[in-house]
Design a protein around this ligand. Sequence first.
Ligand code: GLA
Length: 331
Amino acid sequence: MIKKCILSIALSSAIALCGVLSPGWAADKVRIGFLVKQPEEPWFQTEWRFADKAAKDHGFELLKIATPDGERTLAALDSLAANGAQGFVICTPDPRLGPSIVAKAKALNLKVVTVDDRFVGSDGKFMEDVPYLGMDAHAVGQQQGSLLIAEAKKRGWNLAETGAIVNTFEELDTAHQRTSGSVESLLAAGFAKENIFSAANRTTDIPGSFDASNIILTQHPEKKHWLVIGMNDNAVLGGIRATEGAGFKAPDVIGIGINGTDVVAELEKKEVTGLYGSLLLSPNVHGYKTAMMVYDWVSKGSEPAKFTPISDATLITRENFKQKLTEMGLM
Ligand code: GLA
C-alpha cells in the first residue's frame, strides 16, 4: 500500500515537472530556439508566430525566448543547451554581441542563424560567416523617402515650408541604411538639405523617437508641414505623436513606417492621423524561413546560405492595409 502510494507520488511529480519544463516535451523531436530583442513589437511576435508554424508543419519544437540585453542573451544559450536544443535563430539586442554569442554557441554546440540585425565583429565589420536573413535596408529606406515626397507633392505642399524629421539610430546598421536611403531620396527629389533635421533616438521604441522628434519641432516652429522618417513603424509613430503634441493636424504631417505589422492599431483609428502608411515587409518569411534554416541544418546537416536577402516591400495605407495583411496571413 505504502509502496504503491510512493510510486504514484513519484509519477505525478515527474509528470508535473515535465509540464513545467516543457508542455508537449518529446525526447525524439529536434528542438531549436528563437531569440528576439524586442518581444513587445508586433514585428517579432509575427516572426515567432510563423516560426511556430514551421515547427508545427515539420514536427520540431520551438523555444521562444525574449532577450532584450546581452546578459539575458548569453543566459538563454545556456538554457537552450540545458533543454537539449541544437541551434537557434536570433535577432540580437546588440549586433556587437556577435563574437560572444558565436563563441558561446560553439562551446555549447549550438548552430546559429541571425535574422534582421546582422552580427558585427570586433573589427567593426559584419560577421559574414554567420548565416543571415534580412532585407535590403537601403532600398527600403529609399522607397520610404520617394513615397513621402510623392505624397507631399500630391498635397501641394510648399516644400520650402516643410521640414523632415529623420529619427536615427546610428548604432544599428540596418537603421542607418534605411534612414540614409530615405534622406538620399529626398535630396534626389530636390528637397533642400537645410530642411532635413536629424533626431538621434536614444531607444528604438515610440518614447525614443517621440523625445527626439519633440526637440526638432521645438527648434523649428517656422515649419508648416512635416515629413516623418524613421527606421521602422515605431520610430515613425513616435514622431507622429510628437507632431500632434506640437499642435499639427493630420493634413500637415506625412509619416510612412517600415514593417507594416506595427501600425495596424494606428490605421484602424477612426480619426485619420499623420501616419499615412507603412512599407509592409515579410515577417512571415523571416520567421518561417530562418526556423527552417536552423532545423534543416541540425536535422539534415544542410548548411544555410551565408546571406538570404528578402526584398519585397509593399505600401499599405488606410485604403488597402486590411486586404494586404489578410493576403499575407498577418491580420
Ligand atoms: C530591425 C527592427 C525591426 C524590424 C526588422 C526588420 O530588427 O528593429 O523593427 O524592422 O529590423 O528586419
